[in-house]
Design a protein around this ligand. Structure first.
Ligand code: PSU
Ligand code: MN
Length: 307
């Protein structure tokens, strides 16, 4: 399997030294954000991870190779190239066989991170159960249910059906940890009115929950939901109005399949005068910081357990 993977020198070294690693996804760069904001974001997220004591591993598929950690040149290519694949579970083999390139989704990044031995992953918002049509369910949820990685996010993207997404996570047996909150955040906004299954107030508490879950032989992810930073979070009503309009347009324009999420996020950004974009960027950086802190706490608790 390793023939399909390549690690950057920085990631190889961190693995050798058993340093804390944080995986980062790239669909948000290739399908979520315009150039050059996507490049800036990728660099800023990596810097946040390093500033908090961990090593970033930005994951993508380049010319049919799964890259764990990207060079500056590789990142430059990824953020500017057109018609890249959105790589989820079903898309790895086609991309590899055809030597294509693409950004990995939450599901895709989880697969690669786990294969590379990385236990913590930062993203913006996970995919979930869509409001319409109700049978559109992101592959992110199934991957989260079967990959033992801590996923740090701002909840599920608010364009989704959040109550249904939480019910689905419950069915799949995934602990949903509210980070310094009792409520599941609504991605652009800090509250949804929906309860999480457990609250944790520090990185150490998150690490304890993960260790107990995996120690029991339960092999799902731990979903850590961090509210978006106060300064840039949107009032729930503002976000909801834009989302409803965007959903209407998606239906009128018959947007389907993998195109749905990028379409909705871009329309919500336009309709909110880009304040949703600002919130999205701020929460991604914040999640990178929390993920680094959790990765450091996890390696400390693992070392203690080994003593
Ligand atoms: N966050 C963004 N933009 C995105 C995504 C997240 O701000 O494009 C991506 C994530 O990679 C997530 C994917 O895994 O959207 C979900 O897509 P779908 O609903 O098609 O599974
Ligand atoms: Mn879908």
């Amino acid at each position: 399997m390793l023939e399909y993977y390549r690690y950057s020198p920085e990631v190889s070294k961190a693995k050798q030294l058993q340093a804390s690693l944080v995986a980062l996804e790239t669909t948000v760069l290739t399908h979520g954000l315009p150039y050059p904001q996507n490049l800036q974001l990728a660099q800023d997220m990596e810097a946040q991870v390093r500033a908090h004591g961990a090593t970033p591993a930005t994951i993508a598929v380049l010319d049919g190779i799964i890259q764990v950690g990207l060079s500056d040149e590789q990142l430059e290519f990824l953020v500017q190239a057109k018609n890249l694949r959105k790589v989820s579970r079903r898309d790895f083999a086609p991309a590899i066989a055809k030597k294509e390139s693409g950004g990995t989704t939450v599901a895709g990044t989880l697969i690669a991170a786990h294969a590379a031995g990385i236990q913590v992953f930062a993203t913006g918002g996970i995919g979930g159960v869509h409001r319409q049509p109700a049978y559109d369910v992101s592959a992110d949820l199934l991957e989260i249910s079967r990959t033992p990685v801590i996923v740090v996010c701002a909840g599920a993207k608010a364009i989704l059906d959040l109550p249904a997404t939480l019910e689905y996570l419950e069915t799949l047996g995934v602990p949903v940890v509210g980070y310094q909150t009792d409520e599941f955040p609504a991605f652009y906004s800090r509250s949804s009115g929906l309860p999480v299954s457990v609250r944790a107030d520090s990185p150490g508490e998150v690490a304890e929950i993960a260790r107990a879950h995996w120690g029991l032989g339960l092999d799902s992810a731990i979903l850590v939901a961090v509210p978006p930073p106060k300064e840039s979070a949107l009032p729930a009503g503002d976000a909801e109005r834009a989302i409803e309009q965007a959903l209407l347009e998606a239906e009128q324009e018959n947007v389907r399949g993998q195109a749905v999420t990028p379409f909705l996020l871009a329309r919500v950004s336009d309709l909110t005068g880009h304040s949703s974009l600002k919130a999205n960027l701020a929460l991604l950086l914040n999640n990178a910081r929390v993920a680094a802190e959790v990765a450091v706490a996890l390696s400390k608790s693992t070392h203690l357990a080994a003593v």
